[in-house]
Design a protein around this ligand. Structure first.
Ligand code: C2E
Ligand code: MG
Ligand code: MG
Ligand code: MG
Length: 282
């Protein structure tokens, strides 16, 4: 009996490993071609003013509908793209596509996630500026979301790139704020416009008083430093009310909207469907 249980546990573990390895292999084999073939898609999650009603921007989030294996999430392929040197073409594709789509949404900010590896490229700033110029959109509408990893390795180079980007009007947001370990130092040194409070803080807010205190402190810290403070992962109206009362500037989360295809953003903004744009008509 014990032997049998042991064997079952082992095969359960094996199945999990098989599944993970199989997915990794799919990503390794197919991601390069998918980028080249324009198979990736962008979904956009609206960002709202604290009242939860007015959309001020959208965050582009990459999606991969694999022809055989269904939707593969960025959590499953961004890290592999980074390992394989594919994050550069992927990142350029994302920024180009997001800037193109953003033209339909005048006045909205377009937030794009950027990997630390992209940021470390010598020509990162000129690559970003070229894409923005080609798309012919105002650089002040573009916001790059970076994590602490950006400044970990080569802080001097990161600082220089960030200053250059800001000098050209591009905005910078520190994503997943609070999950790293030296966030406070980075906030003082680097030229961020915004911090995005990681959703793990909100998740535990209802269960522990300490989390609420932390969120409270972060909002006040950000405000005191003159930064825009955004909360991500807002799922309940209790969280909304709490954050609004604290003076959090912007909100993003399933309570308001999940990430959706571009044509859904059109609808939210009251933009008529464009018949000539493929995929726009449901
Ligand atoms: P992130 O930039 O912190 O994005 C927020 C993630 O939280 C997104 O997951 C979003 O769908 C999810 N989310 C938003 N609101 C809620 C909520 O209320 N509840 C819950 N449970 N989740 C919520 P997603 O799209 O799977 O992306 C995961 C991560 O993958 C992103 O985290 C980002 O780090 C990375 N990523 C996505 N797109 C790109 C990209 O184009 N380039 C790079 N380098 N990374 C990307
Ligand atoms: Mg982000
Ligand atoms: Mg985040
Ligand atoms: Mg993240």
């Amino acid at each position: 009996q014990a032997k049998n249980g042991g064997r079952n546990r082992y095969s359960f573990f094996e199945r999990q490993m098989d599944e993970a390895l199989r997915l990794r292999k799919v990503v390794e084999d197919d991601l390069r071609a998918a980028i080249l073939a324009d198979e990736l898609q962008l979904h956009y999650q609206p960002q709202y003013k604290a009242n939860g009603e007015e959309i001020v921007g959208v965050e582009a989030l990459v999606r991969w509908p694999h022809p055989q294996h269904g939707w593969i999430s960025p959590q499953q392929f961004i890290a592999i793209a980074e390992e394989r040197g594919l994050i550069i073409p992927l990142g350029e594709w994302v920024l180009r596509k997001a800037c193109e789509d953003a033209k339909r949404w005048p006045g909205l900010r377009i937030a794009v996630n950027v990997s630390p590896i992209q940021f470390r490229q010598r020509d990162f700033v000129s690559s970003v500026m070229n894409i923005i110029e080609e798309a012919d959109i105002d650089p002040t509408r573009v916001e790059l979301e970076v994590t602490e990893g950006v400044v970990m390795d080569d802080a001097d180079a990161a600082e220089e790139a960030m200053m250059e980007l800001r000098a050209r009007g591009v905005r910078l947001a520190l994503d997943d704020f609070g999950t790293g370990y030296s966030s406070l130092i980075y906030l003082r040194r680097f030229a961020f416009d915004k911090i995005k409070i990681d959703r793990s803080f909100l998740e535990s807010m209802e269960t522990t008083g300490e989390s609420a205190i932390l969120v409270h402190s972060v909002v006040h810290l950000g405000r005191a430093l003159g930064l825009t403070v955004t909360a991500e992962g807002v799922e309940t109206s209790e969280q909304h009310r709490f954050l609004q009362a604290l003076g959090c500037h912007e909100l993003q989360g399933y309570l308001f909207s999940k990430p959706v295809p571009a044509h859904e953003i059109d609808k939210m903004l009251g933009i008529a469907p464009d018949e000539s744009r493929s995929g726009a008509v449901a």
